[in-house]
Design a protein around this ligand. Structure first.
Ligand code: ADP
Ligand code: ASP
Ligand code: MG
Length: 439
């Protein structure tokens, strides 16, 4: 069985929902995971913000506006009065429920319940639509099987067992629709898998039912070998290893949520990224297969800060790096790139919230230099150290660009360069020419 996930934009209007319905009704049994209609989760966050700030009028105004939008979607989606009425009643009940939270104290617990409504509504709308069209579609309630444990990590044993039980209730359904993102926590309370978590739901469900494939349908045109907004002549990447996708996820979380990759990878289930706007395009397949000696993609991340700590006295002493890392850890700042020499260490970070405190603390251990407005360029592919020539090719492409750091050997799948943001376009174009267009 396949698991298909459609993101917010793919179900963002009545018309888009109809197109999703067309795409999924091919006679094959499948599980379909849906996000909330685009913009809805953000609006629910906004409603919660008003309630945290004890402004129920502000919240009510937004609730009413959102409800009105949904009324319109329902009118556009269904052709029969029966389904229009049935769905309007459901949506009214959900919004009345949201309104009931404007009257009392508001905590994280209540916020989670409000955030869950987007997916609860979108899945009901699509299930009702399919049923109106005569499709044997069943709504699987994610809150009955999707669960996290005491560490807020998904509980795969529970998920597998409870999902199987839900599927058994309707063994002959053609399409099972379920909510992405939402779950219950170890205490049975409504919770979620963090923003963008519907991809994670799809991956967890895929692993739980041992799916033949997990498809992530989005409105973005798959993965390209370089950034199509910056570089001309990019090509779609047809195939990626899970590790390559994980390297790229940091740069393109909009395409695939980083944690999503893990359950599918462990269960060895291929993940296919597909474009709802161009459903016949082959998309990008992510699996455990490596394409020998092939460079797949180049990606960039802006707003990076490089920090160098130089200390001829301390570096060779035991525990120097530990002390440096502890400083970053104590300010919950994660380090992305690291380069060391005998007398110094350079690291890069993207979260500068505590930069000043970090710099103050680092000065105890050496001379500290900071470079801001930097950019990580990441070259991803089969970069196993025994393959020769690829590092040289990538370095050659960077020959006219000042490079602040180079990182290679951290994994078998990447080389990263830290350069100035202003050189990004030139670097991406040059890497594209050297690695993909054989210039
Ligand atoms: P889509 O396929 O339309 O991107 P998603 O379900 O992946 O749908 O995302 C829904 C919306 O949530 C998107 O519009 C995106 O901007 C937003 N989103 C995704 N991931 C995150 C995140 N980590 N933080 C905040 N918003 C996010
Ligand atoms: N609707 C949620 C969000 O916007 C989850 C998702 O779409 O993946 O973050
Ligand atoms: Mg997404």
């Amino acid at each position: 069985m396949k698991v298909l996930k459609f993101g917010g934009t793919s179900v963002g209007s009545a018309q888009r929902m109809k197109e999703v319905a067309k795409l999924i009704t091919d006679g094959e049994q499948k599980i379909v995971v849906l996000s909330a209609m685009s913009g809805t989760t953000n609006t629910l966050v906004e409603i919660s913000d008003y309630l945290y700030k004890k402004n129920p009028e502000g919240a009510n105004e937004i609730i009413n506006r959102l409800e009105a939008k949904y009324k319109q979607h329902v009118n556009e989606l269904y052709s029969t009065d029966e389904y229009k009425q049935k769905t309007q009643e459901f949506i009214k009940a959900q919004f009345d429920y949201i309104r009931s939270y404007t009257k009392d104290i508001f905590t994280l617990f209540e916020e989670k319940v409000i955030l869950a409504q987007g997916e609860l509504i979108s899945t009901s709308m699509v299930t009702n639509y399919l049923q109106e069209q005569g499709v044997n579609a069943i709504l699987l309630p994610a809150l009955e099987f999707m669960r996290t444990d005491k560490n807020s990590e998904p509980d795969p044993v529970y998920i597998k067992e409870k999902l199987a039980a839900q599927l058994e209730i309707h063994p002959d359904a053609e399409i099972y629709i379920t909510q992405g993102f939402i779950c219950r926590n170890a205490y049975g309370e409504i919770d979620n898998l963090q923003r963008g978590g519907s991809d994670y739901t799809a991956s967890l469900i895929g692993a739980a039912v041992n799916a033949s494939e997990i498809q992530i349908w989005t409105d973005i045109d798959g993965m390209h070998d370089n950034d199509p907004r910056i570089v001309d002549k990019t090509s779609p990447v047809r195939h990626l290893h899970f590790e390559e996708a994980a390297e790229l996820a940091y740069f393109g979380a909009k395409i695939l949520h980083p944690t999503c990759v893990q359950p599918a990878k462990y269960a060895n289930i291929p993940v296919r990224l597909l474009n709802t706007m161009e459903p016949t395009a082959p998309g990008t397949l992510i699996s455990n297969d490596t394409e020998k000696g092939k460079i797949k993609a180049v990606a960039a991340k802006d707003n990076i800060t490089a920090i160098k700590i130089k200390s001829s006295r301390m570096l060779l002493a035991h525990g120097f790096l530990r002390k440096v890392f502890e400083i970053f850890e104590s300010y919950q700042t994660s380090i992305d790139m690291i380069c060391t020499s005998e007398v110094g260490v350079s690291v890069s970070i993207d979260n500068t919230k505590h930069l000043n405190e970090i710099l103050d603390d680092l000065k105890k251990y050496g001379t500290v230099t900071v470079d801001q407005d930097m950019c990580i360029i990441c070259v991803v592919g089969d970069l196993e150290w025994e393959n020769v020539g690829f590092e040289a090719k990538a370095l050659d492409a960077m020959r006219d660009i000042p490079v602040r750091m180079i990182s290679f050997g951290g994994s078998n799948y990447n080389i990263s360069f830290l350069i100035r943001e202003e050189d990004k376009k030139k670097a991406l174009q040059s890497l594209s020419d050297h690695l993909f267009n054989n210039k």
